[in-house]
Design a protein around this ligand. Sequence first.
Ligand SMILES: [Zn+2]
Length: 712
Amino acid sequence: MECLRVKLYTPTGIFKNPLSIKGIEVYPLPPYSTVIGLIYRAMGRKWNGEYFGISVQGDYQAIYRDYVWFRGDSLGDKEDKLPLQVPILYSLELLVHVKAENGLLEYIERALKEPKELLFLSGGEYPVKVQEVKRVKCLEKFLSEENCIKLNYNAYIQRELLENIGTSDKGILFSISYFYKNSQKPKTYSWVDAYYFQKGTEIYGSLILDEDNNPVFLAEPVVEESKRAEEEYVRFYAGNWLMASACVGALKVLENAQEDIKKYVEERSLTLPKELWQRLPELYAEYLLKDAEHTLRASYEKEKDKSKFNPYNVIILRSLGDFYENSPFTNPALRYITKLKGVSIEDINQVKNQVKSSFIEGYEYFLSKAVETSQTCFFCHERQAKNFVDATNFTPLFASIEKRRNLFWDLMPICKECEFLLYFASAGFYRSAGKYLFVYIPDDLLETYRMNMVLSTKEEIEQEKLGKVWSVVKYVLDLEKQKSSWVLQNIYFVEIEMVGDATANIYSFHISPNLAKAIRKFIDHYPKNLEDIFSEFLFYIYIGRSLYEFLFLLLSGFIRKESYKNLKDTTIDARIIRAGRNMRYISPNLLFFINFQEVLNMNEQKNYINWAFGAGRALKKLYNENERTQKKLEPLTYRLLEALRRKDKEYFIHNLIRAYLEVEKEIPYLFKEALDEKNFSPIAYAFLIGLNSEEKNKTEEANDEGGTSEST
Ligand SMILES: [Zn+2]
């Protein structure tokens, strides 16, 4: 057999899907559709229904994460730019094989040798360089396990091919867009399941090898699944974080109904027997109502005007309102919701039944709302779409897409089954104080479920909650041993912060190798007296903001207590300042932030940090020896803080020299050595902390605040 072999090179590549917001869910290699698109651009014509076999392999030098600025078409919104953090594959080389009937193959060959357009891979900033276009002879060979070969490139291998190919590693399952299903607008893709294998993986079995011994993994169109299976089961695909959170929510509901959930999950898919699927609205209502008695009674007590009391809103709206604004389940103006207004709660079981039957009426109303479309559902790639996703389906995300539609993608078609399942996402997220958190492992639904269960075990006291997030982080770090590095880097924490009725901030947080290291080394030493602002600390890590800025606010709050007397703590930064105001004294546990940041910066000059802290403390002692200099300590602190605010190294050193002169000392030699660009922040902050710290005895400190800087 003959194939066309194509080698492509691009300095950067970003491969995402429509839900890749905030860098969640990207592909380690371009999807088939991206490469196919490039081939058609080279040919200068549109796809016309033809298929060919395609194999995609590749290698990159590094992944780095960077903010890409998208311009929004703001509708009175203050921001007209939206930063998306995306992982970028750096220096990417692709090895593509194409197998087609000879006429088409010749056409493709000519086109790639002399493209009609400049070629790009989606998201890349630079044109793609075509390094080789060559006809190669390919042979089918059978290799026994002893004679296995190693992959020279990372590769996609279509699921069907793996029936005859053995591998040393499990691989990571991706659902990958392939050829168009129809070429008219709106275009929809067909999708294939393929596993991603990292280079170095051993493979054997029935292989196709080209003349240079490169394996070739041709993906072919998949025959549609049989109708029979479709009739007996409803299948969902947790192919993105949103659908995964919905599947996790549904699993929680099923577990609550005493179902053995393991038998419904395989890799990333959730397959429910039709009969169970039909009971799901009822089971969901029962799940939401399970501990309702206390809540109902308490809010009935609180309600002054009993005729306004509506148990539906207390139970259902409260659980679903943030995520599904104005949906059939949450729009408080709907008849089956308003009719419960003013019911007496004497018979609690009767009230619960009323709420349940209203919920089921809501489901029937939901089913009746369908739109005519010829498209396939974006989420399952299987069933016919009956609607397009809008803000009612998942308000935090889609309300922002509505606003910035041109930023993202075209309308997303959705089938009724997937649409209903999205209503379970709110059960999938863990909720606490206006925030929602979800942990997502891209290739493993059951594991994702387990991890989120760690989070959502309820009724924990506030302080333990923080411990819980971190126990999940630790759990994630443990997975490092079992999972490939690609998966580890793509385990995400998705956090949604409601900031208005239909507005939310969505943050995502993943554990980069540096962050993993910083957490392992230092997280146990997070100052206990600052637990109130632990989530603010997380926020800084999430968005990659420097902890020196965090520390600056904290120290400003402490040092300038008076000027922040009336500060309202409505923003993250204001809460940090307030926490600074509330500190009774400064102790070395603040060095935690410096140590943590320096690991993130890959700069571990720990001895400088402790030395600078000691120097600050020693200077304070000297100042406190007589009254004249004692008074000057505060102005000195202000000036040094101002120097930090301005990031003015000269001004900082100038004040430092004056300060030492004041006590007739020479500035320690190490300052001159250490105050270079890289070390300015750690040393300056450590010095200022030392200068303002108070010496307590060890036990007092430990009891008071926990956490010390003496860790390694
Ligand atoms: Zn669907």
